[in-house]
Each structure stands twice: as C-alpha cells, then as structure tokens.
Design a protein around this ligand. Structure first.
Ligand SMILES: Cc1cc2nc3c(=O)[nH]c(=O)nc-3n(C[C@H](O)[C@H](O)[C@H](O)COP(=O)(O)OP(=O)(O)OC[C@H]3O[C@@H](n4cnc5c(N)ncnc54)[C@H](O)[C@@H]3O)c2cc1C
Length: 550
C-alpha cells in the first residue's frame, strides 16, 4: 500500500483535497503548501499529462487578447511571464517572436469594433494595427520587463534575414515573449518544492477520484487497485477539461466548461528549422487564425488549432494536420512540407468557460473559480478552476489560496511571487570538479537546472555509459530519473521526464533499452517490462502518430 494511503487510513482528515495534477492543481498545491496548509493532490494519470502537456510551450502575455480589450488579463499575464523568467530561469527563456505582415491597414475596422465591444471575426492584421498592439504590449509589460521592446523590419531586411519567407510580405515585426523548455518537469519540480515546504502536503500521481458521499471522498490507486478514504474540509476540482465530469462524480451538476481542442505537429525538417531561425514565427492565416512555428532541438513545432469540442480526451485529427501543413506552406511557399516530415502530433483541450463568442479565439483566456457550496449530499464546498493559461498559474493559485485561507480561517504567511522553482534555485550554478566535458554539463544544466548537481553525483557514483539508442542520455541518468522522479510507466519517462517522445526520437530498440534500465529500479519483472513497452508503443502510434523506424 502507498505510504500516503496508510497515513490517510489512520487519519483521513485533510484541510484541502485537490483533484487534478495539471499546472493549475499543482500551482495551487504549491501555494497552499507554502502557507503550511495540509493539502492532498491526486492525479489520475501522471502529473502534467493532460492539457498542461499539450501547450504551445510559450509563456506569454497574450498579444492577441488585446483585440478583445482584455488589458487586465494581458497585464497580469505579462507580470507572471516576467516572474517565471526570474523564478524558473532554467526552463523559461526569452523567445523573439516575428510576425510577417502582408498589408498596411487591414483589420482596423474589426479592431475598433472589438475594442468598442461589438465582437467581429478577426481577419488579417495590417502593420498599423500591429504597431499599435505591440506598443501597448510593451507598455503593459512595464519598464522593469527583462525583455527587449519590439522592432519592425522592412521587407528587404526581413527577406534578407529569412529568405524563405513568403515574398508577398511588406514588413515584419519582432517582439519578445518566452518559451518553456520542459513544462512537464517544471510541474514535477513544483510538486517536490511543495512537499519540501510542508510535511503535510502530499501529491500522488495515478490516483483518481472514485466517489464521494457526505464528508468522505474515496480515492482509487490506478496501479495497485487499492482504495482509500479522506475527509476534506474543502475540495478543489482542478481537472481542467474534465471539470464537469468530475463534478458529476461528486454527485454535483455543473456546466462550467466549453472546451476547445488544440493540436500541434512536430516536424523533422532541417530546411524549416533554418527558415524559422531562433524566432517563433507568428503567422496569420488567410482565414485570420494564428499559427505559430518554432524550432525546438532541431525539430519544428507548429500549432495550434482551436476547435470547439465536448471530448476532454480529443486527439489531433487528419484535418488538423492538413491545416497546419497548409499554414506552413503559406508562410514559406518555397519549402516543400508534407506528412512525411511529421514525427509527432499532440492535442489538448482548453478548459475554457462556456461562451457564446463568435469564434473560439474570442473566448476569454481569463480564469475564474466558481464554487458549488456544500449540499446535495456533500458536506464540503467544491471550487472548480476554470479557464486560465499555463503562464498565469501562480496568479490563479494565489487568488484561490486566499479564498481557501479565508474559508479555513487561516492567514497567508508567504507570497510565492519571488520564490525560485526547482532547478531555478541558485541558477546558473554548474556542477564542479566532475571531469565531464563542458557540452555535456551544459546539456545537463539545460535539463535539470541546478538539480544537475544531484544527477551528476548519482551518475558518477557508479560505472556509466551513453545509451546505445540515444547517446544524448546516459544509463545512470535514466536510472536517476526512474529512482527519483516518480516514474510509474515507461511513457512517463519518454513523454514527461525527457523530450524523447515530443521530438519523435522513440523507436522500439530505444524503448527496449530504456525498459531494461528502469526495470531493476522499479522492480518490473520481464512480463511487466514487455507490457510497458507495448503500452508506450501503442500510445505513440495511436495518439501521437509516432514511432520512429529503428
Ligand atoms: C493547444 C493548446 C496550446 C496552449 N498553449 C499555451 C501556451 O503556449 N501558453 C500558455 O500559457 N497556455 C497555453 N495553453 C493553455 C494551458 O495549457 C491550459 O490553460 C492549462 O494547461 C490548463 O491546466 P489545468 O491544470 O487546468 O488542466 P490539465 O492540465 O488538463 O489538468 C487536469 C488534470 O486533471 C486530471 N484528472 C481528470 N479527471 C480526474 C479525476 N477524476 N481524478 C484525478 N485526476 C483527474 C487529468 O488527468 C489532468 O491531468 C494551451 C492550451 C492548449 C490546449
């Protein structure tokens, strides 16, 4: 039995139960732990395996939200973006973003109508509108923004720098946001920081909400099949696109969510990597929708679609792949790009509030936390975390924590605003005296921040060697992850502790090699290892259209 289940069997009372371990649930878990609150988080799958893993991997203010006159949201997002650059510098890095522009004055009428609250479908955006938006964006980012201000380039300069760009361009604008290199690892680091900050904060992956009655909630361990009862004072439903389904499991009706699915594809295409350069390309399609492309470790990520759906488990479909490929052809007409270049695809459902907006893009990305008060056979209030963005998780957590502290009659003891996260503490310190080559140390620093100290210490405590099928990782590095990073399934390792899955690098020999390393650490007998390989291969093929040839 899990040690936490044993503890709760003897003492089932807990102040706060958070159901859902995406960024919003985990952000709140961290915030409450910082206040010394006893809090339990359960996640039915792995941490950050839902929508939080399907993001574009951009920490941004939301330039586009200016069109909906959401100035408060943009200001808050920019503030949180700047904080994440400071608090998680190992994973959150500046990202120049270039907008190719094809007209001087387009979009002004729609822009003015939207500002006056007459919702209008956005079309192409011309240089004047973009200049206005970027000036405002820089202003809202504040004087203390760690990022440079925007700049325009003439057609000639833009094509000189990026010759593959559509030659119909009249100029480009470049502004700055940030990319997040390992959102899944940052979630795990937040979990670990929270547990270190408060001995009564516990988070468990692969544990789901089973049922609830009166003041009791039954939790189910997805691995062992065991159950455990807890008695929370407050419940937070942080299950994102599953929020209404989860409230039903509590016996409560809600219609909070009007989700939209968003898909990305990852392409293995060196010419496109060169064409995008170091920038994210923010491309406005002929239909007015925005697609972004940028390079990540030698591959290009392109996304995202925005399509209403009722299915929280939606997957990327063929139409979306076609749409994204077509956008890339519009941006770089001279580059041949087709399905043969796609090595991975992923999809997530935005847990947006139900809305009557004209287009999905016009639904607000702001957050809220409606409460279902105790009643209908349930003795505790349930707060649902609706909407929001990855970028603003801390702001949402702070606001919800203040409300929960009020309900519990407790006081805030600490702000999370300036608390460094995980391997961001003491960054950019490098492990010393290791004898490892500089480029290997830099890679480890990029992967673990200052957490690289412990990884290197473990690697050097025994004979080590690069993986046969992926020499960028070593055997003891993988062993370290399996031992210390709550890996339950093989796909946790390739999808969320490393980028092997996202980058389309996984083939059967690699899965076999990884399984042979983690099996002794996790106590997997031969049949279990074989089942894990099969499970991961199926997931890659069926959900992610991936599985590189050997
Ligand atoms: C395509 C796309 C691109 C995006 N890009 C960006 C971006 O670049 N930048 C940005 O800031 N934001 C971005 N977002 C928004 C951001 O990703 C989401 O707002 C955020 O991840 C939502 O997090 P969440 O924790 O609410 O939901 P989730 O991450 O989905 O977490 C909910 C969790 O609840 C779990 N769960 C469900 N039911 C149960 C149960 N019964 N018991 C236990 N656990 C349960 C699920 O397994 C899941 O892990 C993007 C979203 C999408 C879809």
């Amino acid at each position: 039995m899990r040690p936490e289940f044993r503890t709760f069997r003897d003492h089932p009372e807990v102040s706060v139960l958070i159901v859902g371990g995406g960024i919003n649930g985990i952000g709140l878990f961290d915030e409450l732990a910082l206040q010394g609150i006893d809090v339990l988080l359960v996640e039915k799958s792995d941490f950050c395996a839902g929508t939080s893993a399907a993001m574009t991997r951009v920490i941004h203010g939301g330039l586009r939200y200016l069109e909906n006159a959401e100035f408060r949201l943009v200001r808050e997002s920019l503030r949180e973006r700047n904080r994440l650059i400071r608090n998680a510098p190992h994973y959150v890095k500046p990202l120049p973003t270039t907008i190719p522009i094809f007209s001087w004055t387009s979009g002004m009428v729609a822009g003015v109508r939207n500002l006056l609250n007459w919702p209008t479908k956005p079309g192409n955006r011309g240089a004047v509108l973009i200049k206005t938006g970027l000036t405002l964006y820089d202003f809202l980012a504040g004087r203390k923004s760690p990022l440079p201000r925007h700049r325009f380039r003439s057609r000639r300069a833009a094509l000189e720098l990026r010759p593959a760009l559509n030659p119909e361009v009249i100029c480009t604008a470049t502004y700055y946001d940030a990319k997040i290199t390992y959102p899944e690892r940052l979630c795990l680091e937040l979990v670990e920081d929270a547990e270190a900050a408060c001995s009564e904060a516990h988070a468990m992956n692969y544990v789901r909400l089973q049922s609830a009655a009166g003041g009791t909630v039954v939790l189910h361990d997805e691995v062992s099949g065991e159950s455990c009862e807890v008695r929370p004072k407050v419940v937070v439903n942080a299950t994102g696109a599953w929020i209404d389904a989860t409230n039903r499991e509590f016996g409560r009706k809600s219609q909070f969510i009007g989700g939209t699915k968003g898909s990305h594809i990852v392409l293995d295409h060196p010419e496109l990597v060169k064409a995008t350069g170091d920038d994210m390309i923010y491309f406005v399609n002929r239909d007015g929708r925005i697609c972004i492309f940028y390079a990540v470790q030698g591959k290009v990520i392109a996304g995202a679609t925005d399509i209403p759906t009722e299915d929280p488990d939606a997957v990327c479909d063929e139409g979306e792949v076609d749409y994204l490929l077509e956008s890339m052809r519009q941006a770089f007409p001279g580059i041949k790009v087709d399905r043969s270049h796609v090595v991975f695809r992923f999809c997530g459902v935005r847990p947006l509030p139900r809305s009557n907006a004209l287009t999905p893009g016009q639904i607000s990305r702001d957050h809220s936390f409606p409460v279902l008060p105790a009643g209908n056979g349930i003795d505790f209030p349930i707060y649902s975390l609706v909407g929001g963005k990855w970028t603003t998780f801390r702001a949402l957590a702070e606001q919800v924590a203040d409300e929960i502290l009020r309900v519990l009659g407790r006081k805030r003891v600490r702000s999370s605003a300036d608390v460094p996260i995980g391997g961001g503490k003491g960054y950019p310190r490098m492990p010393e005296g290791t004898g490892l080559p500089q480029d290997r140390l830099l890679t480890l620093q990029e992967r673990y921040g200052t957490g690289a100290d412990s990884v290197v210490a473990y690697m050097q405590a025994g004979p080590d060697a690069p993986l046969n099928c992926h020499p960028g990782y070593s055997r003891r590095e993988i062993e370290y992850i399996a031992l210390n990073e709550r890996v339950v399934h093989l796909d946790d390792l390739i999808m969320r502790r490393t980028l092997m899955g996202l980058l389309g690098e996984v083939n059967r020999p690699l899965l076999e090699e990884l399984a042979s390393i983690v099996s002794p650490v996790l106590g997997w007998p031969e049949e279990k290892a074989a089942a894990e390989i099969e499970r991961t291969a199926q997931l890659l093929r069926k959900v992610h259209g991936a599985m590189a040839a050997a």
